[in-house]
Design a protein around this ligand. Structure first.
Ligand SMILES: *Cc1c(COP(=O)(O)O)cnc(C)c1O
Length: 400
């Protein structure tokens, strides 16, 4: 039995020590972020979004390390900034695009057609023709009418059938709109072959910010069933696309998100359920770019309403905080000021009351010109911003 440590001992316990060390690291990180912000304020007008290249690289390497047998196709909708795409091209990433325009854009930045998946199950005929012309062969589908479109405009396309899987616990549901019933998957792949396409495999998406690993494990089991059925019928499949959804931490003290553990379980399941010659790919968006973004705004005006300090920032719901609507996201608002905290409201600059960011933030008293910043906001933020609603420009993106 290990002796119980007395609470009177002066020496800090192992646990306390590691907690102190963690706080020390956290303080250093905050200090680093804030000095970066102060330096950037001298060069750029707010609002601006800093994208840290080192964090993009770190996230990419984390993904590769934890899922070494899975090739990441960055889902560019999460943040299509040029600098972000170029960084991932240099790292050797592949790309997930959802339209001809996205395809054209990543190709123009230098991505190779063999490293692109057209991962929208519904494609316009023009975009199908464009994919054929530009030799982007790999794509997903989930219904028969789409196969007729492909057989007309892109015979020979390599297709993955997207199946509907559980999205329980994910912040953003994606299976409400897409995915064939798993029971029909093999029928659809056979049909694809009959119509002149090359049936390559299966894809799924467990929903975005998927904190529940069970969704992945269950989806892998269902996919393995389809792979077995196909093999027994003499139509062996070669590619499994495990989609995106990999979660990130938005708040400093958030618990329950552990990518390393989650990836470990997925890795094990891939090894157990699939043949050695199956190629695995994934479509991470948020995971690769979310932690790299820091949004920096300033207080434009302040008042006192409903017994609270009330601050109007120069960025809001219509622009870089659009993720609060479309991505159901909540953020941790931080200030460069220290001192006593008061319950406060933060709002965006537009004339709409809906443009309110939070009505219960505990923050120090702020003055016009003071900075309010948010970390981990690189995904689904500037990507879905409306340009210049009410004349307020969205954040300038600055790669650092
Ligand atoms: C949005 C989307 C992704 C990226 O999802 P994340 O949750 O950001 O990883 C990947 N694949 C498809 C088909 C998507 O629609």
């Amino acid at each position: 039995m290990t002796p119980v440590q007395s609470s009177l001992t002066l020496k800090p316990s192992k646990h306390q020590k590691s907690k102190q060390a963690a706080n020390g690291i956290e303080n250093n990180i905050i200090h680093g972020v804030e000095s970066l912000i102060r330096a950037m304020l001298k060069k750029h007008r707010t609002p601006f979004m800093l994208i840290k290249r080192s964090v993009l690289e770190k996230q990419y390497k984390r993904f590769r390390k934890c899922l070494p047998q899975v090739a990441p196709y960055y889902a560019i909708k999460a943040n299509p900034d040029q600098g972000v795409i170029k960084t991932f091209i240099n790292l050797g990433a592949s790309f997930d695009v959802a339209s001809g325009a996205e395809m054209k854009y990543v190709l123009s930045l230098g991505a190779s057609p063999s490293k692109i998946i057209f991962a929208n199950t519904i494609k316009s005929p023009e975009d199908i023709v464009f994919a054929r012309r530009r030799k982007v062969r790999l794509m997903t589908f989930d219904n028969e009418p789409e196969l007729y479109k492909l057989s007309k405009d892109y015979p020979g396309a390599h297709v993955l059938v997207r199946i509907k899987v559980a999205n329980s616990g994910s912040v953003v549901e994606l299976s409400l709109k897409f995915g064939a019933d798993a029971e029909h998957a093999f029928f659809l792949l056979r049909k694809a072959k009959a119509l002149g396409m090359v049936p390559m495999g299966v894809s799924f998406h467990v929903g975005s910010q998927a904190t529940n690993v069970e969704n992945y494990l269950q989806a892998l089991e269902i996919s393995a069933g389809i792979f077995n059925e196909a093999k027994e019928s003499g139509l062996p499949l070669k590619i499994l696309d495990i989609g995106g959804g990999f979660p990130i931490q938005h708040f400093d003290n958030e618990v329950g998100i552990n990518f390393e553990r989650m990836a470990g379980q997925i890795r094990q399941q891939l090894k157990t359920l699939f043949d050695n010659n199956v190629k695995f790919i994934a479509e991470p968006g948020r995971f690769l770019v979310g932690p790299a973004g820091i949004l920096v705004t300033q207080v434009m005006g302040r008042t006192f309403r409903n017994n609270k300090n009330y601050y109007y920032l120069n960025d809001g719901i219509y622009a870089d905080f659009s993720g609060m609507v479309f991505d159901h996201c909540r953020y941790e608002f931080k200030t460069l000021r220290r001192g006593q905290k008061f319950l406060s409201t933060l709002a965006g600059p537009t004339c709409d009351s809906f443009d309110t960011l939070s009505s219960n933030e505990e923050i120090p008293e702020l003055y016009v010109g003071d900075v309010v910043y948010v970390k981990n906001i690189g995904a689904y933020s500037c990507a879905s911003a409306v340009a210049n609603f009410n004349g307020f420009p969205p954040a300038k993106i600055v790669m650092v």
